[in-house]
Each structure stands twice: as structure tokens, then as C-alpha cells.
Design a protein around this ligand. Sequence first.
Ligand SMILES: O=C(O)CCC(=O)C(=O)O
Length: 295
Amino acid sequence: MGNELATVADIEMSVDDLDVDRAKSVFDDHGCLVVRGLTRQYVDAINRDITEAADRAISLLDRAEQIVEGWRTPDGTLFIPAPEGYDRDKQIMVLSYNYSTSGAFFASALDERALDIVEAILGPNVELFGNGQCLVKEPVGGHPKHLHQDAAYFEHRYYGPVAILNYTLTTDLENGALHVVPGSHKLGQLDHVDTFSHLGLDDGEWPWERSLPVCGEPGDGIFFHYRTIHGSKQNHSDARRPVFINRYRRVDDYTIIGASTVANRAEAEKRASEAKKGGQRGLVVRGFRPYEDEE
Ligand SMILES: O=C(O)CCC(=O)C(=O)O
């Protein structure tokens, strides 16, 4: 892949010494980029919100409904089966915590330094993709997320989204650091299989040893393209390990396949050519949306 030797030093920089041209060049080459301290100013407020949202989600568990991906509580939190020996039978995976519920989270998505880098990567006209996402690994065995490409879940018509995943606490090999495979954004779309944590790559072909762990501190932001292979192992610490994710795309880009299992992806692939921008317009965070008549 030509990136076998990439190390964290090759893909990292500090927000205090930001070089946007280098950031773009690292991202273009590796499909990922680490900006130390990027969102540190938002983290205290976000941590307070996440604690409240997670406690509330757990308190709603007796009203959870079963869905394809696991169970959903009335607030919208996704739970999956808990690890062996846990004191509950369900654990949080995707917490209902987003731009509709937190000013600090929304402010982090509009951060000018983050947007300078996103604009350098995507071009002048940029919209938010999604409403913000918060993934939580519960303590003492919280779920692993197999190596995967986000494009397996939301294939796009054009370049696709850029994500910024942000740490909320010291995140290391014990509590579930993000692993990335630098250069893998150039591999095209790979076949995924169904795993415990939804779509993932075959772990015989893509063992963790092929990936680079990125340890970090609260507020470190990890940028990755939606075809960059990434994932994270279990949380073996005794504290929750949340991350919050902001995603961006070109204003003309849109999802053509949305999926969470091999079977529903195969169905969605049949309709990909009919997809339109239509109602998928996100809030514009840089530039302008030119008018396009889709009729
Ligand atoms: O580290 C995590 O919680 C998983 C992040 C991830 O795999 C994703 O954002 O797709």
C-alpha cells in the first residue's frame, strides 16, 4: 500500500502550530490526520453532557425496543448485547447525544480551525453530514468496533465525508484508542461482513496488526476519510470511554447507499443509481450552496 511505514509522527500536528497546507497533504496521502488539542476547549462541557445523557439512557433501558442493530431506548440511544459477566444484559453503543441536544457539541462542529482544514480537503463549499455522533464504550469490557470503512454504512456519490473523531479523556490501548490504516482510503470500497458491532472487515484479512493505534488526550481530533479503515478495541478500564464525531462533506455530495448489515446493504445497492441529493441538504458551514434544479 506504500504506507506500511506510516507512524503517528507522520500524521500528527498540534492545533497550537497549525499548518493547513501540511494538514491537507497528510490527509491526501494517508486518509487520516491527528490534530492534538483541536477541540480541547469544548471537552469539559461535552463531558458533562455525555454523563447526563448516558445516565438517562441507562435509566430508560426497561423501555428499550428491539431493532435490527440491537435495542433503542426512547431517547434514541442504541444498545447492543453486554459483555459476559456484565451487571446488565445490554451496553451502550451510540449515545443519543448530538447537535440537537448540546450547544457545546454543535460549537465544536463549527470550530474555525477544524473548518480551515476541512475546507482545504473538501473545497470551498462544505456542509455538515449528520447531526453529530457520540460512541460510548462502557467500562470493563465495553464493545470493540471491528476495523471497517464508514463507506460500508453510507456510500456517497462523490468524494464522501470527512470525519473528525474527538477524544474526551486520555484514550490509550487499555480503554479503546482508535486504530487507523494509513493509505487505505485509496483501496476503494471493500466487502464487509456482519460482526458483533455491525459491518466490519474480515478479521482474518484485516487483523489489528495491520492498523496503527492513535493514543491521545482530551480534545485530540482524528480526521479520517470515509474509506479509511479504522476501528477500536474493547474498553478494559473502569471508566466510560466516549468519543464525539463531527462529519462534513461537499455541499453537492449525498448518500447513495445506507446500510448496517450485509443483507440490507445488498438491497440498498440495487437502488443506488436512483439516489438524489433531494432532502439530504445539511447545514452549510463554509461557502455557499449553488442552486441546482433536480427536476
Ligand atoms: O472508536 C469508536 O468508538 C468507534 C469509532 C468508529 O469506528 C467510527 O466512527 O466509525
